[in-house]
Design a protein around this ligand. Structure first.
Ligand code: SAH
Ligand code: SF4
Ligand code: F3S
Length: 480
């Protein structure tokens, strides 16, 4: 069978998709690059903003039509939606997409290979009834598998099974030779008032440190040299078993000892979870990279409180100062939301002020999108017009371009080590020259800067020390 998988959303989804593809390959499924070439299409979905959901609905419309055409000529076409949308509102998915075969929440996805095979068999029996022994009873469609709601008892058996998906991953089946994500925690307890994640990904659960160590050791043994630890509030990792408590700094220390590991990163950090201990670990452990993706979300205290972020503007400023003092050369990236209910022009200016002060390496800017069921959607009116949201969005992007340029230019003349991650987008578009020939390559510094330089294909996945010759707001340019 041929399978097409499209992933939307954050690193959690990217990792889930990679782990699942490993399982599919192990069962001899072929992975194809386009839905039209597939016998089964899967969407790993995101609910964080309405736009991400609409994208999936438009794909599903096309796929439902394709399924009718395929079935008419006696061929199967299985459609599955998994990830955050499957947990947020499975009934809405079922209502809006008649052709859907499977809806599967994030905590149940290890079932997907079996579910897909069963759905394909059932579909075949229904469209080619003469070839099967008896008329099979039509399978109820779609098959829906959800995780318990936060108010319900946890499904410990499902939790144990999903943990195995990470722990038993095949380190040979991975998307990059040198880089890998490793999950340290699932879920989130923060309940930022705008955010759907705590509802769709459940309560925060830190993984057993020995499992994280085992998984990382196997990846490093298979050639991975840069590991990125992921969690919704990764720096709040904390695991207790009996009287042993492992903090995030403790976890970094444990992983740091692995021979063959060169870089250890982590995303995403929550500003109120950073103690001195973690910053000092970043300073004292040479493999831990000097990079903090630590979303500020807003620059105004009133909005930070309305967003339930748990820190003030001056807390954030003080943390940035402390990190710069303890971890020399540390870089920062942030997320911002514009157009949160009631945001005044002066409050918007406070965000601009914060951006100017911190000088982020890069920022992701989002227009507020009310998510059904969240505190903000229940209690506040989405009263900022789309036009104003757009303007504020563009203003923040302009500031980021300005500060990003100053930030990147400050590296000109320096020598920096990069991990070469692949061809640049420009080279991707050109016909790939034979090995040995020069092409534009892309790499990453420890501070997560993108570096573009001319080199040979054989350098991909190696570490190179480059001289920075030029910069723009998003990238550094360098020579060998
Ligand atoms: N766990 C991460 C963020 C996960 S969601 C953290 O707390 O930092 C990624 C980003 O999407 C958030 O940082 C926020 O900026 C944005 N976001 C979340 N909910 C949103 C919403 N309802 N509307 C617009 N942006 C949103
Ligand atoms: Fe969402 Fe806040 Fe949790 Fe991040 S910390 S996932 S923004 S609730
Ligand atoms: Fe989206 Fe789910 Fe991640 S809502 S941001 S894919 S946890």
């Amino acid at each position: 069978m041929k399978i097409y998988l499209e992933t939307l959303g954050c690193q959690m989804n990217q990792l889930d998709s990679e782990l699942l593809l490993g399982r599919f390959r192990a069962r001899d499924w072929d992975i194809v690059d386009s839905a039209k070439d597939a016998d089964a299409v899967l969407y790993n979905t995101c609910s964080v903003r309405d736009l991400a959901e609409q994208k999936v609905y438009s794909r599903l419309g096309r796929d439902s039509r394709r399924k009718l055409d395929r079935n008419a000529i006696g061929r199967v076409y299985v459609i599955a939606v998994f990830g955050c949308m499957a947990q947020r509102d499975p009934k809405e998915l079922r209502r809006r997409c008649k052709g859907l075969d499977i809806i599967c929440a994030p905590g149940q996805i290890e079932k997907l290979p079996e579910l897909l095979e069963a759905a394909a068999d059932a579909q075949l029996a229904a469209i080619q009834p003469l070839e099967s022994d008896a008329l099979a009873a039509p399978a109820p469609m779609p098959a829906i598998f959800t995780d318990p709601k936060r108010t319900e008892a946890p499904d410990t058996a499902a939790e144990a099974r999903i943990d195995q998906l990470d722990l038993t991953r095949d380190p040979e089946l991975r998307s990059s030779k040198s880089q890998a994500f490793v999950r340290v925690a699932r879920g989130c307890n923060n309940f930022c008032s705008y955010c759907i994640v705590p509802y769709v990904r459940g309560p925060e659960r830190s993984r057993e440190p020995s499992h994280i160590l085992d998984e990382t050791r196997r990846l490093v043994g298979a050639g991975v040299s840069e590991v990125t630890l992921i969690g919704q509030t990764v720096n709040r990792y904390c695991h207790t078993a009996g009287d042993v408590t492992t903090s995030f700094a403790g976890l970094l220390e444990t992983l740091h000892d692995l021979d063959g590991l060169r870089r250890l990163r982590f995303v995403t950090s929550h500003p109120s979870g950073f103690g001195r201990e973690t910053l000092e670990a970043m300073r004292d452990l040479p493999k831990v990279c000097e990079y903090m993706h630590m979303p500020a979300q807003h620059g105004s205290d009133r909005l930070l409180a309305a967003m339930n972020r748990g820190y003030t503007r001056s807390d954030y400023d003080a943390l940035v100062d402390l990190a710069r003092e303890i971890v020399p050369g540390v870089t920062f990236a942030s997320d911002f939301i514009v157009g949160f209910p009631g945001e005044t022009e002066a409050e918007h200016q406070a965000t601009i002020d914060l951006m100017r002060r911190v000088q982020f390496k890069n920022s992701f800017v989002f227009k507020y999108s009310p998510r059904p069921g969240t505190a903000a959607a229940k209690t506040l009116t989405d009263d900022i017009s789309d036009e104003v949201k757009k303007r504020r969005n563009n203003e923040l992007l302009d500031i980021q371009r300005e500060t990003g340029l100053t930030h990147h230019r400050s590296y000109i003349g320096q020598q920096i080590e990069v991990l070469v991650t692949g061809k640049s987008r420009r080279s991707e578009k050109q016909d790939s020259p034979a090995t040995g020939e020069t092409m534009q390559l892309m790499g990453r510094t420890r501070g997560d800067h993108i570096v573009l330089f001319d080199g040979a294909q054989a350098m991909v996945d190696s570490y190179q020390t480059l001289t920075i010759t030029d910069a723009n707001d998003l990238a550094l340019f360098a020579t060998l």
